[in-house]
Ligand binder design. Structure first.
Ligand SMILES: NC(=O)c1ccc[n+]([C@@H]2O[C@H](COP(=O)([O-])OP(=O)(O)OC[C@H]3O[C@@H](n4cnc5c(N)ncnc54)[C@H](OP(=O)(O)O)[C@@H]3O)[C@@H](O)[C@H]2O)c1
Length: 360
């Protein structure tokens, strides 16, 4: 895929039912889009992220956002360089962050730069890809979940993080350790568990695939003899149920994601008329009555609702990065054509930390 005069895109070719596979995607050649009017600018993508929640929109969408269209490019986080411009705001050579991943080129417009979350980034602050990682959605999500949703208590909380070796999870683990908490993570291999303890410095990690999802509760009982104060939930399902079993009274749960259920097609089934069309058959928590008796707070959140703390986040995160107190492991796939492989890999445990695709 070397031809610079062709604008490649990754399209959704068919809707996944069950595990997402490579043949759900297709690489499509297109013309490079042309600037049409004042305010237009052409961007060549350099990086894109793959994010597990996109699986929901590949199948059926949610109440709040429609499913991806078939035979159209997917969308997702990206960083690119402006290479042609009729805009007074975005000049040739500017680097921008937006939601137009899964393609090589795209046209931005001044007028909808806010709506489409197109923003300029300063490449002198940090490597470009950091703006999809520690200084972007990954870092911000971990920060919001711990500090804003769960009001982490410095030096006091016993914290459990699922998908702890993933992007958001590994940052959440490190932030909780910076604040002097006892931190335990779950992950899908012994190697990841060793990495979490030896390299990220958390107190304990276990391989949930080895112990089996029905034994997570027993494992948590063993490693949290005094109970869990804060659970950062990236995966939902049996992990959430096991954590609820072991939460202390007035415990807090940040409901960040449900990766264990994204491949479950009953999970998010709203049609384009906003009607629920199928029921969930997910392995969700069956013990919510404990949330009442233990006065738990379980709160879902979306990182982008919390831009009020963006300055605080940027200042703290930049400082911890400069002091080498926080790092983000990356799994990088080379070439846009490998974006489907990167996405599928999110669900089979083959990625560590943040998963990115280097497009150019
Ligand atoms: N609320 C928000 O604003 C927000 C923002 C960003 C992301 N999120 C959500 O936060 C979660 C983490 O995001 P991320 O981008 O950092 O992804 P991630 O955790 O890096 O996702 C990939 C990892 O998920 C784990 N995984 C895959 N299938 C699993 C299963 N069945 N059960 C348990 N773990 C499984 C795998 O690790 P193992 O090998 O350890 O299984 C894999 O490496 C996702 O659910 C995402 O949708 C939410």
């Amino acid at each position: 895929m070397e031809n610079e005069s062709i604008g490649y895109e990754i399209h959704l070719k068919k809707r996944p039912i069950g595990p997402v596979k490579l043949d759900h995607f297709g690489l499509v050649k297109t013309d490079i889009p042309q600037l049409k009017e004042e305010g237009d600018f052409l961007v060549r993508n350099i990086w894109m992220s793959v994010d597990p929640f996109l699986r929901i929109y590949m199948a059926s969408g949610t109440k709040h956002a429609a499913a991806f269209e078939l035979n159209k490019p997917l969308t997702g986080g990206c960083i690119g360089e402006v290479i042609e411009s009729k805009s007074s705001k975005f000049k040739v050579g500017d680097y921008v962050k937006a939601n137009f991943g899964w393609r090589k080129y795209w046209i931005g417009k001044d007028m909808d730069s806010v709506e489409n979350s197109i923003s300029k980034i300063d490449s002198t602050i940090a490597p470009l890809r950091s703006f999809l990682g520690l200084l972007g959605i990954t870092g911000m999500t971990a920060y919001v979940g711990l500090f804003k949703i769960c009001n982490l208590k410095e030096g006091q909380d016993a914290v459990f993080v699922s998908s702890a070796a993933g992007g958001v999870g590994s940052v959440a683990c490190q932030l909780a350790k910076i604040k002097g908490c006892f931190v335990v993570g779950s992950c899908g291999s012994d190697e990841k568990a060793r990495w979490l303890v030896d390299k990220l410095g958390i107190d304990h990690a276990f391989n949930y695939r080895k112990i089996g999802q029905y034994n997570i509760s027993e494992e948590l009982k063993r490693v949290f003899p005094n109970g869990i104060d804060l659970y950062f939930d990236n995966v939902g399902g049996k992990h959430l149920e096991a954590a609820i079993d072991n939460m202390n009274t007035f415990g807090r749960v940040a409901l960040c994601g449900t990766t264990s259920q994204y491949n479950d097609d009953g999970n998010a089934s709203y049609n384009n008329q906003n009607k629920k069309v199928t029921k969930s058959n997910s392995d969700g928590p069956s013990n919510l009555s404990l949330a009442v008796s233990h006065r738990l707070k379980l709160q879902g959140f979306i990182w982008s609702d919390h831009f009020d703390i963006l300055n605080e986040f940027n200042a703290n995160m930049s400082q911890w990065i400069s002091e080498d107190r926080i790092r983000l492991q990356e799994t990088i796939f080379e070439g846009l054509e490998n974006a489907p492989k990167a996405f599928v890999s999110l669900f089979n445990g083959k990625t560590v930390g943040r998963t990115l695709v280097k497009i150019d």
